[in-house]
Design a protein around this ligand. Structure first.
Ligand code: HEM
Length: 249
């Protein structure tokens, strides 16, 4: 795994690809990347990788919703392997701080990177399945995660029925899911974050201090986010420049 656009490959014959793995069920709009690739191939064929397109599109998406901009280092190559089973290596929303720390450090990312990159949760939506363990049968003594604000727990329970069979039910990560801001960090401090992995950022004094810093300044958060996302997106490992982002050459 790495920033090699393996997530864009389609499943073929016996190989189920990452995009069809359990953790990636909410990925969509692959056509946006296809369109960018078509335009680039028409102008200068074989030059811009799908991995670079993805990194640039992520940057542009952040800019479009009011976040910072940055120069994306280019030259990534596209991978030739994509396995659904490898999505189990992604950090889980139920992870505690030690598990998150380990998962990030395996990829050369620090606790500072963890706090800054988790700020990506200022955008978007989560399905009930990603936080259900916090709102029902949490543990032997608590039905609801005691670190979750009771009013958030109540509203999540009403949106997510006991038998989680309402397709697409869930909640936005914060009340401004299409604005890149530091609301996410303010919510963590109030016990109003969705995932255990968000709440976990309060566990260590070092990470909690960073959450507080980012909650008081969008600028400080933005600078840290840019620094860490450049670092994360330079984890590479591809071999080729694909002609079509959905299939290997
Ligand atoms: C710290 C480890 C992380 C964990 C455990 C995690 C977990 C999750 C989960 C469970 C979802 C919801 C999926 C769903 O139910 O549909 C989600 C959504 C999202 N995550 Fe993360 N994530 C992590 C790191 C990141 C990073 C590094 C970024 C980007 C910098 C990011 C950006 C997002 C965004 C934008 C969404 C919303 C997607 C949508 O609206 O469809 N996350 N994350």
């Amino acid at each position: 795994m790495g920033c090699d656009a393996s997530v864009l490959l389609n499943s073929v014959n016996k190989n189920t690809a990452e995009k069809d793995g359990p953790a990636n069920g909410s990925l969509h709009a692959f056509f946006v990347i296809d369109n960018a690739k078509k335009a680039l191939e028409a102008l200068c064929p074989g030059v811009v990788s799908c991995a670079d397109i993805l990194a640039l599109a992520a940057r542009d998406a952040v800019v479009l919703v009011g976040g910072p901009t940055w120069e994306v280092p280019k030259g990534r190559k596209d991978g030739r392997i994509s396995r659904a089973s490898e999505t189990s290596q992604l950090p889980s929303p139920t992870f505690n701080i030690s598990q998150l720390k380990q998962s990030f450090s395996q990829r050369g990312l620090s606790l500072d990177d963890l706090v800054a990159l988790s700020g990506g949760h200022t955008l978007g939506f989560s399905h009930c399945s990603s936080f259900q363990s916090r709102i029902r049968n949490f543990n032997a003594t608590h039905d609801i995660d005691p670190t979750m604000h009771p009013s958030l727990a109540a509203s999540l329970r009403s949106v997510c029925p006991k038998k989680n069979n309402v397709k697409n039910a869930g909640a936005t990560m914060d009340p401004s899911p299409t604005t890149f801001d530091n609301t996410y960090y303010k919510l963590i401090l109030q016990g109003r974050s969705l995932f255990s992995s968000d709440e976990a950022l309060l566990t260590f004094p070092k990470t909690k201090n960073l959450v507080s810093k980012f909650a008081t300044s969008k600028e400080t958060f933005s600078k840290a986010f840019v620094n860490s996302i450049i670092k994360m997106s330079s984890i590479t490992g591809g071999q080729e420049i694909r002609k079509d982002c959905r299939v290997v050459n």
